[in-house]
Design a protein around this ligand. Structure first.
Ligand code: FPP
Length: 240
């Protein structure tokens, strides 16, 4: 599908089906403004609506956001609790609107170690929106790629799967969301060029885009730049 941007006449020839984002730079955004880190996370949370709306405009079918990693537990307790509160608040405030826009909410990660109430509201949003098809919005919360692989192996062992029947396809069925296609494009904001344990199985052939913009400022212009860059990539999957 090709999308023409009326404002500057840029044509994006190839739109990815699945975009995954490592949202980085909330802390730096706050410190550049002389604000406490929590205000950076608040501004980052506020930006979710703009970004989701913009990707919906480009008809991106799958959008996956890395909101809290298994390593983020190493941050100060107050910051961890604040991120939990922000997610809880966003879910309550945003779910009705997302639902009416036809967005299906999904989650990848471990729900067992996060506060019960938060886990419950994530599950309720998933249930409410499960038939929506306009966009599949996956929140990676308490997610780690290595943990996901270990959890998959544990389930394969528990089910006593014959090793001769294990291949890439069967293994993928044991990931947190077996229906989630591999990401075509992974964007990381704040100029960082690391994968940080995000979708490490699924990203074997993903294209990457590192945006210099800090997450709270990540906007329609930068989204267009990322999509335009993706559109000009030649994906070879090991072929010539
Ligand atoms: C990275 O910024 C961002 C995070 C650890 C969390 C991302 C969270 C949000 C955007 C908040 C909203 C999420 C939900 C699902 C409500 P950083 O703190 O690592 O920034 P720094 O590297 O500049 O310090």
């Amino acid at each position: 599908m090709s999308i023409n941007n009326a404002e500057d006449n840029t044509t994006i020839e190839k739109i990815p089906s699945h975009v995954a984002i490592i949202m980085d730079g909330n802390g730096r955004w706050a410190s550049q403004k002389g604000l406490p880190r929590n205000q950076g996370h608040e501004a980052g949370t506020k930006n979710l609506r703009r970004v989701i709306k913009c990707f919906a405009k480009y008809k991106i079918k799958y959008l996956t956001l890395y909101a809290f990693s298994t390593e983020n537990w190493l941050r100060p307790e107050t910051e961890v609790n604040m991120l939990f509160d922000l997610l809880a608040q966003s879910i309550v405030e945003e779910t009705p609107k997302l639902h009416s826009d036809g967005v299906q909410i999904r989650h990848i990660g471990r729900l067992d170690s996060i506060p019960k109430e938060l886990g419950k509201s994530i599950e309720e949003s998933i249930e409410l929106t499960k038939s929506n098809q306009t966009m599949i919005l996956t929140i990676a919360f308490n997610y780690g790629g290595r943990t996901e692989i270990i959890d998959a192996i544990k389930n394969i062992v528990k089910e006593k799967i014959d090793p001769d029947n294990i291949n890439e396809g069967t293994f993928s069925n044991y990931l947190y969301d077996k229906k989630l296609p591999d990401p075509d494009l992974i964007i990381r904001t704040a100029g960082e060029m690391r994968i940080s344990n995000f979708l490490i199985w699924q990203s074997a052939y993903s294209e990457y885009y590192s945006s210099p913009v800090l997450w709270p400022d990540f906007d329609d212009i930068e989204i267009k730049n990322a999509l335009y860059s993706y559109s000009n990539r030649h994906r070879k999957y090991g072929t010539i």
